[in-house]
Design a protein around this ligand. Sequence first.
Ligand SMILES: *[C@@H]1O[C@H](CO)[C@@H](O)[C@H](O)[C@H]1NC(C)=O
Length: 421
Amino acid sequence: MCSEKMNRVGLGVVFFLLCLSATFPRGFSAANQPPPKTKTAQTKKIVSSAVFPIDGNVYPLGYYSVSLNIGNPPKVFDLDIDSGSDLAWVQCDAPCTGCTKPRESLYKPHSNLLHCVDPLCSALHSHNKHPCKSPTEQCDYEIEYADHGSSLGVLVVDNFQLKLSNGSTLGPRLAFGCGYNQKYAGPGAPPPTAGVLGLGNGKASILSQLTQMGLTRNVVGHCLSSRGGGFLFFGDDFVPSSGVAWTPITHDSLDKHYTSGPAELYFGGKPAGVKGLEVIFDSGSSYTYFNSATYKAVINLVKTSLKGKPLKDAADDKSLPICWKGNQAFKSIQDAKNFFTPLALSFTNAKNVQLQLPPEAYLIVSKYGNACLGILNGAEVGLGNFNIIGDISLQEKMVIYDNEKRQIGWGPANCDRLPKS
Ligand SMILES: *[C@@H]1O[C@H](CO)[C@@H](O)[C@H](O)[C@H]1NC(C)=O
């Protein structure tokens, strides 16, 4: 019963840590460690791709995660995939608060700390000037997510096992966070994952590092199955050559989120009177969040469309803020979806590009058999005017974040089968 209420919002903001190096436990000195070698991207190199199966679901778990082999010898870590943040981190085997994994499945640093002079360290702290008094000082990080969960730790460098689509298995040395102070937001239990895999385009992300090494193109994508699981990929080998709707990425001011240009909301195929919505595609968020005005408009439209239908408010169901009861308990979304009207977002800076949001993309069936609205009011969780397209609305399609062409795409796909290049 761990996670009935686990709605996660992944958007991360990396903060500079004031007490540089004072917080990391002694004994993990970064001294004598050469900075990691990073090759600069060579245009002649043949780049490849990597695909990973993922686990998880929107409800009841509230997250999708990937198992990665990290270290030498490798150990398996389950990481929450989050296109709303950049940094990858795992729980650290060090004096640790908020580490929920047994000791043997924590990551143990072995004098492989990243130095603060490393460009990856300054990239992580680009919001503030990062004092680096001595070149061998460690690189601290602190990341806070939009749901007020956070991780604090130190950057390390280690091997990531990658099976590439050209048949090679490589173990590039990549920088990531070893987190020894985690806070979990929300009333639920902490997630059973060991950390987060940020899929953003910041310099310190795993994706950017792979691109910088010339191993994959700066493209990442996922396919979240509504039956649970799915896949994640780095590189562009699995991107279909047709059938994908693309819209340009417009970066928001704060961070390099995957934000689309303005969109107009449609309800039942007709304009709903809401325009100029900029939306962030965020696989780290379980549900979809709209700003207050849009949220209220959606509620009104849905409620009006339910008049005369055999659905009643289910105020006793606290799975989500708004739930409806049918004449009989719904067994699956298939039972409930015909009562509801499809939504869509129409992107105004791209011709005829729509993100369809059928009832399956905004409703869940709770464990009590009610249909609950998976669109939430962002203002109520401190998201201000941000609009977030979360896992619930990203299911059953391939979603591609193409940082080379600076565009987000989505298209039909079978998320239950790993793609072949
Ligand atoms: C596969 O691609 C990687 C990355 O470019 C390269 O290092 C490796 O040699 C390639 N392997 C084969 C068998 O071509």
